[in-house]
Design a protein around this ligand. Structure first.
Ligand SMILES: NC(=O)c1ccc[n+]([C@@H]2O[C@H](COP(=O)([O-])OP(=O)(O)OC[C@H]3O[C@@H](n4cnc5c(N)ncnc54)[C@H](OP(=O)(O)O)[C@@H]3O)[C@@H](O)[C@H]2O)c1
Length: 428
């Protein structure tokens, strides 16, 4: 393992482990324990991941079993937008995180988004830093101009900026700004959350074959070799091991360049420049979510995280969990009672469309001009390309279906109008 020295003088491992989209407490505790056992020493969570308590328990168990000491670990958490409103709210949020983690301090606290009153919030986490509640402060998702502006106006320069960084969104210019201010860049989604066929990409696979490594290992190595710390997430021990086994080979300059050429220049995971997304993240109230929590054990599949990518096309709260990110992409979609998506069309030149496999609760599916069809666990819906339709939960029950993306050429989803309350209320 290699380390980067932060502007505080502390050493941070260049590779860590992220626990985004592991909301189930028992699973998260197990995964954290396994990650430490595998050799990870940096653990990354956030108030909004709803798993700080589970992470804390996993760490405690690993320490009790003699796998590691607290001093050997580097633990990061993040303050959510809801608490980025005032200095006091952000400061109190750090204390609340410590309470959930059951730790007297963390190694790094980040502002999760450049949203809300982030200057006030930054003062709040700086106060926590000055009181020893965190060993360092930093930011996340701060784009170059926003990052430069905060650096020009604060006393304590952020130690880290955690942003999306992988070959398909390389952000070379953002790295230059971080370097100019002495901020350590950290990659979220270093495996692009499995998008772009990253695990089977022929070029990445070919480069890896030369070293006896997988495409995943090649992209992780590419980031650390350009000085970026990485936080791959996996709930599978064999993948945890694979992702950590990147310290015994070195990509040559030509390979580094070739991988960098995959850059699309934009994210296909999240668009921080979309006003609807900003509105949605500002409206996500994590403190209230705990009170209206999702019933346990809806199905064997995970619930995942609140849907941020297409939330503006839904009425009510939905959640997404990747079930498969290779071969055939499959997501588990969870709808709270009354939640449904807008009318939409899956366009494709050839093939395309979607399959729904219902796994829990009761829901509805309707094609334009036809009667709505009631859905129950075990039902399968084949949605052809070019057919306008919507789906969602019944008024009184949670509903889950797996969404299977049918491969096609030039696929694109067109989102249309919402299903009116009048039409929806007639279904029972
Ligand atoms: N600051 C932010 O706004 C922000 C946003 C997103 C993420 N993050 C942080 O960054 C961490 C990593 O990002 P991420 O979890 O979104 O995505 P990621 O690490 O790029 O990808 C995780 C996905 O890849 C799969 N995977 C992992 N290793 C694999 C391998 N060797 N072969 C095949 N599949 C593999 C995982 O599946 P399995 O789990 O099934 O193995 C999971 O579906 C998060 O956990 C979180 O800590 C921060």
């Amino acid at each position: 393992m290699e380390y980067v020295t932060l502007n505080t003088g502390a050493k941070m491992p260049l590779e860590g482990f992220g626990v985004f989209q592991i909301p189930d407490a028992d699973e998260c505790e197990r995964v954290v324990y396994d990650a430490i056992k595998t050799g990870y020493r940096l653990l990354d969570t956030a108030a909004s991941y709803m798993n700080e308590e589970a992470l804390g328990k996993g760490v405690k168990k690993a320490i009790a079993d003699g796998l590691v000491t607290r001093e050997e670990l580097f633990i990061t958490t993040k303050v959510w937008v809801q608490d980025q409103k005032t200095e006091k709210a952000a400061y109190e949020a750090v204390k609340a995180s410590l309470e959930k983690l059951d730790m007297p301090y963390v190694d790094l606290v980040l502002l999760h988004q450049a949203m809300g009153d982030y200057f006030a919030a930054y003062r709040g986490i700086t106060k926590a830093y000055q009181e020893g509640l965190t060993k360092a402060v930093g930011v996340s998702n701060f784009f170059p101009s926003v990052l430069a502006n905060i650096c020009e106006n604060v006393e304590v320069i952020p130690a880290v900026n955690q942003v999306e960084l992988h070959p398909f969104f390389a952000q070379q210019e953002a790295l230059a700004t971080m370097k100019a201010y002495g901020i350590a860049p950290q990659a979220w989604a270093p495996l692009a959350e499995g998008k772009h066929g990253i695990f089977t990409d022929p070029e990445l696979t070919e480069i890896g074959a030369k070293y006896g490594k997988s495409a995943a290992q090649v992209v992780l190595r590419w980031n650390v070799q350009r000085g970026v710390s990485i936080l791959p997430k996996s709930t599978h021990v064999e993948r945890m091991e694979q992702n950590l086994s990147i310290w015994d080979f070195e990509l040559i300059e030509d390979e580094m360049k070739k991988i960098g050429e995959k850059d699309l220049g934009h994210s296909e995971i999240i668009n921080h420049f979309d006003p609807q997304l900003v509105k949605m993240l500002n409206n996500r109230k994590i403190h209230e979510e705990k009170e209206n929590s999702i019933p346990a054990g809806l199905s064997a599949f995970p619930v995942g995280e609140p849907n941020t990518s297409t939330a503006q096309y839904f009425i009510g709260q939905s959640y997404l969990a990747p079930v498969s990110t290779s071969q055939v992409p499959i997501f588990n979609v969870t709808f709270e009672p009354g939640c449904r998506n807008n009318w939409h069309i899956h366009h494709a030149k050839n093939g395309g469309g979607q399959m729904l496999i219902c796994v829990s609760g009761r829901g509805w599916y309707q094609e334009w001009g036809k009667e709505a069809r009631e859905l129950h666990p075990g039902d399968v819906v084949n949605i052809p390309a070019e057919v306008k339709h919507w789906h969602g939960a019944a008024k009184d029950t949670w509903f889950q279906h797996l969404a299977v993306e049918v491969q096609g050429e030039e696929t694109k989803t067109e989102w249309c109008e919402a299903v009116t309350a009048d039409a929806y209320d007639k279904l029972d």
